[in-house]
Design a protein around this ligand. Structure first.
Ligand code: F6P
Length: 326
């Protein structure tokens, strides 16, 4: 087995806070292990366009605290095309890159698996997405920061909601996963939450809302963007038909959830995942994805299945309901 010497690193899909901390750890651990690390820019597009640069120690100085990704990211349409993947492989070869670390989510790993199997090229996947929806890992880099961003925005909304005794429908991200919604609802004391994993009981929801209105109480309802109702605006349209005699406002939190300085947890996880990624190449244990299981980082063979398997959605929802007034 030939020893891997030159490692490429790229970020793909939606950026997530902590990606920079992970890139820093990969570069510094790589250099400490006697390897060379190359930055591949704008996700898989950087391979196709040969936008690749050798990274030195100072390239990753002062980035541990920054959101986004210094490498840029993309959801590459071209990478779905075999002809472009061939160009990508030729460019990696020209740069003498013999292994690649992919920081991304489910979609990025799916693309990566096809490519790296096609060309028999070693890779390691590092789970990075605010959605925390990757099969096989209990944690993905960026989830904690996104939750904290959502919580601090909702705390502010609560001030004005309670001053006006209003109902606020707050839409959060998460793609097809309700994990951001469920956890923000739980930790902001919200009255209810709409998530894709559990079908809503509309009759019960309306009774609860009516009770809150009678008590002149404000309500915060969190709506996951992936819920089958279609988002907070659609829930608003539905409630309008009920003539509730209470002002309802809609806030879509959007991309503020994905920005800003990573929290302690994301910096720590990103650093540990980054170090582990390099160590796998040193040990020749590649073509694996890193994950967290029972608090420990491990490697596994990625299969694209919806994540969140370790969460009891119904139990958390029951808790939210039993802790809210109505
Ligand atoms: O996967 C991360 C995520 O932020 C999802 O929560 C959201 O659905 C999606 O990306 C938004 O993507 P874009 O930035 O392309 O609008």
């Amino acid at each position: 087995m030939t020893k891997i010497q030159n490692i490429g690193v790229l970020t793909s899909g939606g950026d997530s806070p902590g990606m920079n901390a992970c890139i820093r750890a990969i570069v510094r651990q790589g250099l400490s292990s006697g390897l060379s690390v190359f930055g591949i820019y704008d996700g898989f597009n950087g391979m196709i366009d040969n936008h690749i640069k050798k990274l030195v120690y100072g390239d990753v100085s002062n980035i541990i605290q920054r959101g986004g990704t210094i490498l840029g990211t993309a959801r590459s349409e071209r990478f779905l095309d075999a002809a472009f993947r061939k160009v990508a492989f030729e460019n990696l070869k020209d740069n003498d890159i013999d292994g690649v670390i992919v920081l991304g989510g489910d979609g990025s790993f799916k693309g990566a698996k096809v490519f790296f199997e096609e060309y028999n090229l070693p890779f390691i996947g590092v789970p990075c997405t605010i959605d925390n929806d990757i099969n096989g890992t209990e944690y993905t880099i960026g989830f904690d920061t996104a939750l904290n961003n959502a919580i601090s925005a909702i705390d502010k909304i609560k001030d004005t909601a309670s001053a006006h005794h209003r109902i606020f429908l707050v839409e959060v991200m998460g793609n097809n996963s309700g994990l951001i919604a469920l956890n923000t609802a739980l930790t902001t004391g919200s009255e209810d939450v709409f998530i894709p994993e559990i079908e809503e009981n509309f009759a019960q929801f309306e009774t609860k809302i009516q009770r809150a209105i009678s008590a002149n109480k404000s309500s915060i309802i969190i709506v996951s963007e992936g819920d089958e109702i279609g988002g907070a605006r659609e829930l608003f349209n539905y409630l309008k038909t009920k003539n509730l005699h209470q002002k309802i406002r809609v806030t879509v939190l959007g991309h503020i959830q994905r920005g800003g300085a990573p929290t302690f947890l994301d910096r720590k996880m990103a650093t540990e995942f980054g170090v582990m990624a390099i160590n796998q190449f040193v040990k020749n244990n590649y073509n694996r994805t890193l994950g967290l299981k029972n608090g420990k980082i491990y490697t596994y063979d990625f299969e694209s299945v919806k994540g969140g398997e370790s969460v009891d959605f119904q139990e958390l929802l029951n808790t939210i309901h039993s802790l809210s007034l109505y």
